[in-house]
Design a protein around this ligand. Structure first.
Ligand code: NAD
Length: 364
């Protein structure tokens, strides 16, 4: 089979880690007899430099014509000016909204050989295996009004709006449910229903849908309680569904549970990945940023991006056996003691970005 992948390496370590994900996909192609073709485009700061905007209409069009999108990261000190008209993150927000990538899946797993690579106690993180399903195209990041102004008295004011429609909440929660059905059948819906009206609607819709999924146990949890439980008792969780801002913050916190930002993949899907049509269009990227401090130094951990490519195989191409082969290859390389700098510990063998990519390629 032929698969067409749009590749947007972006800024900083983006190109470093994306190269290794492409190496991985090519190895999968050779082993399983698939052909992956790539179309490259610009996003983020590099696109601002060339075109004056973080994502052009042409690049967006190119992405929509492919079967999936592989993205690195955007941003860096060069484009950090908060007064600037064009910002690298605009590219991310635009592609998510325009391609309707509303469900962001972020699996967090503690691999047994990584227990000593986190700042949390091994007995807390042992056995962590959860997935956060974050709403990605609504809420505070997109709601209107959204503006900054000066009042008549000369004081500065700003507003962002947390707006959700029934449809946006319903479709996101259903993704969580479908995923929970294939896992340990436990769904935690996270909100702030004691204070926010949008959260009260969220909680009500979660309860209503729960009647359709009697096999799955639902609990609703306040976001502050969830933030605490994630580091106190993370094995409590199986699937978490939550709105955009809460999900953004909780997943950075959850990244601690797996050892490093460099280990966490993500998928942003435009449909429910399970059920009748298991192949959803999606964008796949590591959860980390452009890490300008180590960009181009062959130090970035490519595993998050390689595991994102594995998610692409599973969710967009329906190639579960191939996805499992990538995950096993990553495990094997880690079991053999190879580590990038961010996850290095005593007695292990430190390797660079490219070496790590090549080891995983060989293992596939
Ligand atoms: P970051 O994730 O880029 O880096 C945080 C820390 O983690 C740094 O010490 C970095 O070296 C390390 N790190 C990140 N990825 C790593 C990897 N693959 N291997 C090893 N170490 C890794 O976050 P930041 O420093 O807050 O932000 C840097 C830039 O990235 C900013 O411009 C920010 O706006 C942008 N950003 C982009 C995204 C995205 O593209 N999705 C997400 C977050 C931040």
């Amino acid at each position: 089979m032929k698969y067409l992948v749009a590749v947007l390496p972006g800024d900083g370590v983006g190109p470093d880690v994306v190269n290794e994900a492409i190496r991985t996909l090519n190895a999968v192609g050779r082993r399983f007899n698939h052909e992956f073709q790539y179309k490259f485009g610009l996003i983020g700061g590099i696109s601002i430099d060339k075109h004056g905007r973080a994502l052009t209409q042409e690049t967006l069009q190119m992405c929509s014509e492919c079967n999936a999108v592989l993205l690195g990261a955007v941003g860096g000190p060069k484009w950090d000016n908060p007064q600037a008209k064009a910002r690298p993150e605009d590219g991310l927000l635009t592609i998510r909204k325009e391609l309707d990538l509303y469900a962001n899946l972020r699996p967090v797993k503690m691999l047994p050989m990584m227990e000593n690579s986190t700042s949390l106690k091994p007995e807390i993180v042992r056995g962590v295996d959860l997935i956060v399903v974050r709403e990605l195209t609504g809420g505070l990041y997109f709601g209107k009004p959204k503006k900054r102004w000066i009042t008549k008295s000369g004081a500065r004011r700003a507003v962002d709006s947390m707006v959700y429609t029934e449809k946006e909440i319903d479709r996101l929660i259903r993704v969580g449910w479908e995923i929970a059905l294939k896992r340990r059948k436990k769904l935690t819906s996270v909100d702030k229903a004691n204070v926010l009206e949008s959260s009260r609607l969220w909680r009500q819709i979660a309860l209503e849908i729960s009647a359709e999924y009697p096999q799955v146990k639902l609990d609703s949890m306040l976001v502050d309680a969830c933030a605490m439980r994630l580091i106190q008792n993370p094995t409590y969780f199986d699937v978490i569904v939550t709105e955009n801002t809460f999900g953004d913050i909780l997943t950075d916190e959850a990244s601690l549970l797996s050892g490093s930002m460099g280990m966490l993949p993500s998928a942003s899907l435009a449909g429910i990945p399970e059920g009748k049509n298991p192949r959803a269009f999606g964008l796949y990227e590591p959860i980390h940023g452009s890490a300008p401090d180590i960009a181009g130094l062959n130090q970035a951990n490519p595993i998050a991006t390689i595991l994102s490519a594995a998610m692409m195989l599973h969710y967009s191409f329906g190639l579960s056996r191939e996805a499992a082969a990538v995950e096993s290859a990553v495990l094997k390389v880690l079991e053999e003691g190879y580590r990038s700098k961010d996850i290095m510990s005593a007695g292990m063998k430190q390797v660079g970005t490219i070496e790590m990519g090549k080891l995983i390629e060989e293992s596939i």
